[in-house]
Design a protein around this ligand. Structure first.
Ligand code: HEM
Length: 512
């Protein structure tokens, strides 16, 4: 999902207003109490208590401490919002996830433009389950992903070569890399190294259409869904014109790469891809629609998230030179500096594995996950969760809880390396990919992509601060607001570790 797509998916306001205003059902008397939280005012509830300056996860964590509860609740105009701050309580939701796997609908981005046809915004439904099966078939486990690893490895090598040639282009090159892996898996498309037409088109469409359409509170139709029936020619219905334009773009994003993939199949030159294998299983008209939208879901949800993690890796190394050196030494001990590390080396690189684990904890790509919606009344951890509640998992707090991760802001892979008398800390994978039936279906691909960038970059580069007046510029680690949170741009130096490292890259990428 491109950057602010994001702002949106999590922008609760409009959704909340919508639900709050239409909520007329009186809640049944319950013996279990609603989760504790700020008291709020009559009718508007907690509207005035809600965080206004961004980084909402910090306010939610403070509420957790204030009310001494890993689960807190607020109401906005009667709309319940339940916030989970604790990893153990998240696991309790996991166990009854059939009740908590819907998404709050978004009228403009989801229904009018069309993004509700992609997995992230799709309501819980038979189509949702069929999309999840598609994802599971192709990337549901490391074994299923295996057939794509040689390709992903080649792409990561090509990335390192490009970074040697253009060391200041970290962010665009990470985007090209993530796009090239996902488009290959989804459609069998091989992208150009620069200005690829598919990557450019999809990034533009997500940035213009989704990111704007999903901005909380921007469109009245999100608050008053009946407006979606207003015809475009009526004065004041400009949102319909925008929705039509963005819907056309959305359809291009769904159809153009798909048509390219089917042309490859027709020409008999298609590599194995999600589209090619899915069409072999079922090419009925109804299924083709599913395959197209499922493939389109991959780029939207998978590219921006992976880029965010990989970008943060470079910052983590810049800030932690000792960690960088330890990881480089481990890689050298396996490769002898004679070749680039591969997926086959992963099991022999425990420190690098721990470094990736720590990266998933330290830099939260989705600090508040993506909101779920309760489909039934229920009781979790002794608290009543009314039907229709929006469930927000404060993943940032779960992964920065000092009781679970001492000195949580410190980047320290040894948290996850056992030694005599020392237990490892909780694996961040219990939270960083979300929960229940909506847990990230791309997590194995995400990890494989991140590992390749981490291992190959460490093998080839020293990642260093920029020097100014003889002093290093030390950037701060921070999380931007939005569903997908990024480390803002920071100055860095990438320096090849040795002439030999450069030669190895040249040799291993000669035929790419
Ligand atoms: C480091 C990279 C990634 C992180 C940290 C991440 C994290 C997440 C999180 C937190 C969610 C929300 C889960 C929930 O609702 O509880 C999610 C959903 C999703 N992710 Fe990922 N993700 C990553 C990479 C990927 C990749 C590579 C793909 C696919 C190519 C992908 C596809 C999806 C999809 C389709 C959803 C929506 C699932 C649904 O609504 O059922 N993600 N991800």
């Amino acid at each position: 999902m491109s950057t602010s797509t994001t702002v949106v998916v999590l922008g609760l306001t409009s959704v909340v207003l919508y639900y709050g205003l239409r909520r007329t059902r009186s809640e049944p008397a319950q013996s279990a109490p609603y989760p504790p939280g700020p008291k709020g005012l009559p009718i508007i509830g907690n509207v005035l208590d809600m965080p206004k300056n961004g980084q909402d996860w910090l306010t939610y964590a403070v509420w957790g401490r204030e009310y001494k509860s890993g689960i807190v609740g607020v109401k906005l105009l009667g709309q319940p919002i339940v916030i989970i701050n604790d990893g153990d309580i998240l696991s309790e939701f996991d166990r009854v996830s059939h009740l908590y796997s819907d998404r709050p609908p978004m009228q403009m981005a989801g229904n009018l433009v069309g993004y509700a046809k992609t997995l992230v915004l799709m309501p819980y439904s038979p189509t949702f389950r069929s999309f999840r099966k598609h994802f599971a078939r192709i990337m549901g486990s490391p074994a299923q992903l295996k057939q794509y690893l040689p390709m992903a490895e080649q792409k990561a090598k090509a990335f390192v070569r490009r970074m040697l040639a253009h060391p200041t282009e970290l962010e665009p090159q990470l985007r090209t890399l993530a796009g090239s892996i996902i488009l290959n898996i989804a459609y069998g498309i091989t992208v150009e190294e620069r200005d690829d037409r598919f990557v450019t088109m999809i990034e533009r469409i997500l940035a213009e259409g989704f990111n704007n359409a999903a901005v909380a509170g921007k469109f009245l139709v999100d608050v008053m869904p009946a407006l979606k029936f207003v015809p475009e020619w009526l004065p004041g219905a400009g949102f319909q014109t925008l929705a039509r334009k963005w819907r056309n773009d959305f359809n291009d994003m769904v159809n153009v790469p798909y048509q390219f993939a089917t042309q490859l199949i027709a020409d008999g030159v298609a590599p194995v891809s999600f589209v090619s294998t899915s069409l072999e299983l079922d090419d009925s008209t109804a299924e083709i629609e599913n395959i197209k939208h499922c493939a389109a879901s991959m780029y939207g949800a998978g590219a921006d998230t992976t880029v965010s993690t990989e970008h943060a890796f470079f910052l983590a190394m810049l800030l932690n030179q000792d960690v960088q050196k330890t990881a480089q030494a481990e890689i050298d001990s396996v490769t002898g500096g004679e070749r680039l590390p591969t997926y086959a080396d992963r099991e022999h690189l425990p420190y690098v594995h721990a470094l990736v684990t720590e990266l998933l904890r330290w830099h939260n790509v989705a600090p508040l996950g993506v909101p779920h919606r309760a489909m039934e009344d229920g009781v979790v951890h002794g608290h009543f969760i009314p039907k229709g509640s929006i469930i927000v998992a404060n993943l940032w707090q779960m992964l920065h809880n000092p009781e679970v991760y001492p000195d949580p802001l410190v980047f320290d892979p040894t948290r996850f390396i056992a030694s005599p008398g020392k237990e490892v800390q909780r694996d961040p994978r219990h939270a960083c990919f979300g929960f229940g039936r909506r847990i990230c279906p791309g997590m194995h691909l995400a990890e494989a992509s991140v590992y390749a960038v981490v291992a190959m970059s460490l093998a080839v580069f020293d990642i260093l601060p920029v020097m100014k007046d003889g002093k290093p510029i030390i950037p701060q680690h921070s999380n931007t607001d939005g569903t997908i949170s990024h480390q803002p741009h920071f100055p860095y130096v990438l320096r090849a570790r040795s002439e030999k490292a450069v030669t190895v890259v040249q040799r291993e990428t000669a035929d790419l």
